[in-house]
Design a binder for this molecule. Structure first.
Ligand code: NAI
Length: 451
């Protein structure tokens, strides 16, 4: 589905009128293009006083990504990104110097530029001295506020390291690359937790999934079809799953990605068995599972019926729970499995008319947290991606006024595209995201409704 308002205020004669009338102008986001630079200009790297050594390591990693790195603002006229290393802060007063050092350079951040903050986790309650816990938690509020100040499609995100994870660990490098790139166009105001070093940095960043087999449910259209295309682009062989009623569209996605189609209702008792049998017969292995199939049946709870409640829970959470359990129990997953499930910002912030959907999507978050240690013991990860408003057939069914509000009430003043969710899932599927486990990554343009 297209966002006509965004198109109008960014093209031709209507762009001029929008400027004259001072209408809000959501930016055309900088999305990944093959061969385009990772960021649209030089990178300014700033660190707190006690993080100089770690900043040097980050600088080396950025140079390894072919970026033009500057340690002082100087007079570079357009910055592609500002990277703040705040791993050395000990108390809230330590934030002043690095934050004020980037205040003026922020004005020079290019359209579609990036702010990336690398910091350390506040840890479990009672684990750290109060001033240290306070400043580390403070980074969270600072980053979320800063992201809301950025303009012209620029975004701000954080990578939060558990103590013991180095700033140059493969998962930090992988997350840095993703968050600086156009692949994270609709990820904004998020802090991604890296809890262990993760797998190796790939020899070829453009084909990190070479040789792997991925199953995507609900892949006949919308976000699922985009996920299938993106994982195929990154080297995976695809099994695309959808209900028999969507068989024709499913076959065309399967053809497009040179994969195989499996017509299946994910709520069927034998869904996992059918997936395993298909994969064994056609591809011989299974590495990546994406639980994307999902449905809406919105109703206020006062008007709720079993016909609206039961299918939403059955498709969105009971099926992923059962299929994941059976796949893990089968002992046939590849050596570093990746399981990724679609949650929703409705499962985080709640949404009127969605008690059923909210329960199912928050359930997905509970599910990935519960499975995380077990999947880690197999060398793998299980994470959730929580989209905000994404332009698909599903959201086209939302009444116009609600749809328009959902689009504009984010820091980026627009809905995301299926590719934005797909890129985030593709990142979590890579070997170098091995240090990200049991997490929920929002792809919502920093949606402000309730969260
Ligand atoms: P969509 O409605 O366009 O596509 C969903 C696909 O799942 C369809 O092809 C459908 O046939 C399939 N499906 C439904 N029930 C199934 C079943 N029992 N077995 C197998 N396949 C089944 O939806 P969209 O927008 O692409 O959403 C994909 C996922 O992203 C869903 O889990 C949804 O809840 C989630 N999401 C979407 C958001 C959005 O703004 N579009 C926001 C937040 C989450």
């Amino acid at each position: 589905m297209t966002d006509t308002y965004l198109d109008l205020v960014n093209s031709g004669f209507t762009k001029k009128i929008a400027k004259q009338l001072k209408l809000p102008r959501p930016a055309v986001l900088r999305r990944h293009e093959e061969g385009a630079p990772l960021v649209p200009g030089p990178v300014l790297l700033v660190a707190d006083a006690a993080a100089e050594a770690e900043a040097d390591l980050v600088a080396q990693q950025l140079l390894g990504l072919d970026l033009d790195v500057h340690r002082h603002a100087g007079d570079t006229d357009r910055l592609g990104a500002i990277v703040l290393v705040l791993t050395g802060v000990r108390e809230p007063a330590d934030l002043a110097e690095p934050m004020l050092a980037v205040a003026a350079p922020l004005k020079r951040l290019a359209p579609g530029g990036r702010v990336l903050v690398i910091s350390r986790a506040p840890g479990e309650p009672g684990a750290l001295p109060a001033p240290l816990a306070a400043v580390r938690q403070g980074v969270d509020g600072m980053l979320r506020s800063l992201a809301k100040e950025l303009r012209a499609g620029a975004t701000g995100n954080g990578i939060v390291l558990a103590d013991g994870v180095g700033v140059d660990a493969p998962s930090v490098v992988g997350a840095t690359r993703f968050l600086l790139s156009g692949k994270s166009a609709f990820v904004d105001g998020q802090l991604l937790q890296v809890t262990s070093d993760g797998g190796a940095v790939p020899a070829d960043w453009s084909r990190p999934l070479d040789g792997q087999v991925a199953v995507v449910t609900g892949a006949a259209r919308g976000i699922g079809a985009a996920i299938a295309r993106t994982l195929a682009r990154d080297g995976a062989t695809l099994v695309v799953v959808d209900v028999p009623a969507a068989g024709e569209a499913l076959a065309s996605v399967a053809n497009e990605v040179h994969g195989t189609a499996l017509q299946l209702d994910v709520t069927a008792d034998d869904a996992a068995a059918k997936i395993l049998a298909h994969v064994a017969a056609r591809h011989g292995r299974l590495d990546v599972v994406v639980h994307n199939a999902g449905i809406l049946r919105d109703k206020l709870l006062v008007n709720m019926t079993p016909a609206k409640w039961d299918p939403v829970l059955a498709v969105n959470i009971t099926a992923p729970l059962r299929i994941t359990e059976e796949l893990l129990a089968s002992g046939t997953l590849g050596p570093a499995p990746r399981i990724i499930a679609l949650a929703s910002t409705s499962g985080i912030a709640g949404n009127r008319g969605q008690t059923n959907y909210g329960a199912s999507k928050a359930g997905v978050i509970g599910m990935v947290r519960a499975f995380a240690p077990r999947v880690a013991s197999l060398g793998g990860t299980v994470n959730a991606v929580a989209p905000g408003f994404i332009e698909t057939d599903m959201t086209a069914s939302i009444p116009f006024a609600m749809r328009e509000a959902a689009r504009r009430l984010s820091s980026l003043q627009q809905g995301g595209q299926p590719i934005d969710v797909a890129e985030t899932i593709a990142f979590l599927a890579t070997p170098q995201a091995g240090g990200v486990n049991g997490q929920v990554l929002r792809v919502c343009g920093q949606n402000m409704v309730g969260a």
